[in-house]
Ligand binder design. Structure first.
Ligand code: HDD
Length: 714
């Protein structure tokens, strides 16, 4: 069993080497804290067995409860104090354990143990939304947090990133302003989990540096279909330091091996009601089913001498480095393969901190990153109740931890010895410093020369606020552009103050693109300017006008792995077809769910019995990626006469999903008033459409249907 890293058993070795750093090492470390009640007696917290957990102690059967009842008091007291403050941002999250395995290439750039060729390092990843409360919805229009704790053999490295590569502000001093503006408004705490309100648009329209990131959040990236289909970014430029001490600038990317696919807005909104836990439930179920989530970690690597060769400042967190200028070098692969045992103990209590780095990784002077280095430790004091939160099992490194920090609330470690200071001659001089070294060394900061005046100002190199927003806009497909126009239109429709809507349409959007401003303006009856109003330095002059990698469509997987497909069925369904559909789907790595008017076992056409997985309103079309309706005339008739059955197809059609029917199931398409063609398929057998079904679903949606989708009243 892995040792408790806080254990005080000193050795006289120069380095701590007696710890386990296998893939399972974090799991083993957690094992000592796991508690399983099976076979155990019910006891109080001080260990006394409880004889009656149903009745409080009273003065007579109908009398008042007695103060003496320690069983009652302790139980209520603990219950009354169960809640802790939720995170000020990223309150709603879901997490999973995994493993990161380094590729051979990685160790060329960093001496960190996590990047040693083939090295396996346990990870714990928490995905989150930013704006909403802990109990808000998963599929809101928002940024997603993508925070990874690597339990490396040299200490924890936290890569605390998002699913978008840029940020709203350039300097951390604006973070409280930004968060106050985006959070529910202070007088009535409305709206929850959304940016469609006055204070958000007021702030961002007064802060042109936010234009680029706001544009990302108006795209369909703002509601990923699954965590597994989401990119992740470290956002800031960091440094990797190799064994020779050479430092290079890097931007970290998580590339999902499943490709990138998102929800669309109407679907995302409907999911708030149909399944507010949509993303977390799917990740949980997929992991339980062995369908693990996978990403490649990559880095855009920039030699120090190339720092100034870009037409933007690589320290500006509102900028990407276009992948066409610096390609992403793969460094390793992460697989999320195990669900937490306990939400509170692990997912809620995990404390990420961008300041948690290890030798071989370092910061840059990005002013947003610099501010973050203060904020995360600070926030944990309130949230987790003092400085000993590092002892909470999920936060412990797999390395031993020895230092002279002592005491405070809830201290678990029993530090032996008398000398809680260094140097000392009483406890043999332990614990001792470790000099920096190519391997197993102490942390050494990159020896960067900083020679400057103290100044409260923004570098001129941060003045360009629009050229990369324009780059993003230019790189979207027509469908993506239409969705962005619809998003600005919708969001601004929720803004009550006309001058804020005008400011966005007349002073921000035209600087990104005149046509974007014109179209959104048209939908609001506000005239957009015909020339870009911002000063030249804010418009910038990005040399690159298009970057295909910025389109979600650039990474459509082409296959149907992990897709969830509804198989609509009622009594009389052709059971053989259902089985054939299911097995063909699972051969492609997708999953079919039999969805029926009720949960009663279905009688199939051939006289067999089939257990439904869900009811029509239990797994509605918004929770599925595609729909197949097998034949069997009684089944088709039953679905036709059901409002929910027709609605299933209408909604799927509206959301651009592939719909396939076998034989007489075509009647359901007609009854639902859904047009044939454009991803609506029919054949006499499952084989007849399956190839087309796979190639359409491999594109995630039937994009060619987008222009007419709004005609469907569903
Ligand atoms: Fe932050 C949480 C990501 C800027 C201050 N942040 C938090 C989480 C993520 C990010 C993923 C949730 C971690 C978890 O799951 O527990 N934050 C980012 C990214 C940023 C960023 C990618 C910009 C590139 N954040 C940022 C700034 C500040 C903070 C500029 C303050 C100066 N962030 C916090 C915080 C949180 C936090 C208040 C809330 C809960 C927590 O830290 O543990 O300290």
């Amino acid at each position: 069993m892995a040792r408790n890293p806080y254990s005080t058993s000193n050795t006289d070795e120069a380095h701590d080497t007696d710890f386990n750093t296998s893939e399972r090492s974090k799991d083993e470390n957690l094992t000592r804290y796991r508690s399983d009640a099976e076979g155990h007696d019910l006891r109080t917290n001080h260990g006394a067995r409880i004889a009656d957990n149903h009745n409080s102690l009273k003065a007579g059967e109908r009398g008042p409860t007695l103060m003496e009842d320690f069983v009652f008091r302790e139980k209520l007291n603990h219950f009354d104090n169960e809640r802790i403050p939720e995170r000020i941002v990223h309150a709603r999250g879901a997490a999973a354990h995994g493993v990161f395995e380094a590729y051979p290439e990685a160790e060329k750039y960093s001496k960190a143990a996590v990047f040693r060729n083939g090295k396996q390092t346990p990870t714990f990843v928490r995905f989150s939304t930013v704006q909403g409360a802990r109990g808000s919805n998963d599929t809101v229009r928002d940024v997603r947090g993508f925070a990874t704790k690597f339990y490396t053999e040299e200490g924890n490295w936290d890569l605390v990133g998002n699913d978008m590569p840029v940020f709203f502000i350039q300097d951390a001093i604006k973070f409280p302003d930004f968060v106050h503006a985006v959070k529910p408004e202070p007088h009535n705490e409305i709206p929850q989990g959304q940016s469609a309100h006055d204070t958000f648009w007021d702030f961002v329209s007064l802060m042109p540096e936010s234009a680029h990131m706001v544009l990302w959040t108006m795209s369909d990236r703002a509601f990923p279909r699954s965590y597994r289909s989401m990119e992740g970014f470290g956002v800031h430029t960091f440094r990797l330091v190799d064994r020779q001490g050479k430092s290079r600038f890097v931007k970290f990317h998580w590339k999902p091996l499943a490709g990138t696919w998102s929800l669309i807005w109407d679907e995302a909104q409907l999911l708030w009601g149909r399944d507010p836990d949509f993303n977390r439930r799917e990740m949980w179920n997929d992991i339980e089913n062995g369908d693990y989530l996978e990403w490649e970690l990559g880095a855009q690597i920039v030699e120090e001498e190339d720092e100034h060769k870009f037409d933007f400042d690589i320290l500006d967190p509102t900028k990407i480095i276009p992948e066409e200028q610096v390609p992403v070098t793969p460094l390793g692969k992460m697989t999320l393969n195990r669900n937490p045992d306990n939400y509170f103990a692990e997912t809620e209590q995990v404390a990420y901190n961008p300041a948690h780095i290890v030798p071989g990784i370092d910061f840059t002077n990005d002013p947003l990153l610099q501010g973050r280095l203060f904020s995360y430790l600070d926030t944990q004091m309130l949230r987790l109740g003092g400085p000993n939160f590092q002892e909470i099992p999920i936060n412990q490194p797999v390395t031993p931890v020895h230092n002279n920090q002592r005491d405070s609330m809830h201290r678990q470690t029993i530090n032996k010895g008398q000398a809680a200071y260094e140097p000392n001659s009483i406890d043999g001089g332990w614990p001792r410093e470790t000099p920096a070294a190519p391997e197993n060394g102490g942390f050494e900061t990159v020896n960067e020369r900083v020679d400057a005046h103290k100044i409260r100002a923004r570098s001129n190199s941060f003045a360009d606020h629009y050229s990369q927003a324009t780059l993003f806009w230019n790189s979207q497909t027509e469908v993506e552009k239409e969705h962005i126009i619809a998003a600005y239109t919708f969001e601004l429709s929720k803004v009550e103050r006309p001058w804020i809507r005008e400011r966005v349409i007349q002073q921000i959007l035209p600087n990104i693109d005149l046509e974007l401003a014109r179209r959104v303006g048209e939908n609001h009856g506000i005239e957009a300017p015909t020339e870009k109003p911002a000063p030249a330095e804010e418009l910038g002059q990005g040399a690159q006008t298009e970057s295909p990698a910025l389109s979600l469509m650039a990474r459509l997987p082409g296959n149907i792995r992990y897709r969830k497909v509804a198989i609509l069925a009622a009594n009389g369904v052709d059971g053989e077809q259902v089985e054939s559909i299911r097995s063909k789907l699972s051969a492609e790595g997708a999953r079919g769910f039999v969805i029926a008017p009720s949960m009663a076992p279905l009688k199939t056409k051939g006289g067999g019995s089939l257990a439904p997985d869900a009811m029509l309103n239990g797994l509605p079309s918004v929770t599925m990626d595609a729909v197949i309706v097998p034949g069997g005339s009684d089944s088709v008739e039953a679905l036709k006469s059901s409002g929910l059955g027709q609605y299933y197809l209408q909604e799927a059609w509206k959301h651009l999903k592939v719909i396939a029917t076998v034989g007489e199931a075509k009647d359901l398409i007609e009854a639902a008033n859904v047009e044939m063609g454009d991803g609506v398929l029919n054949a006499d057998s499952v084989d007849g459409f399956f190839g087309d079904f796979v190639s359409s679903l491999g594109q995630h949606r039937v994009w060619s249907r987008d222009a007419k989708a709004n005609s469907m009243p569903a």
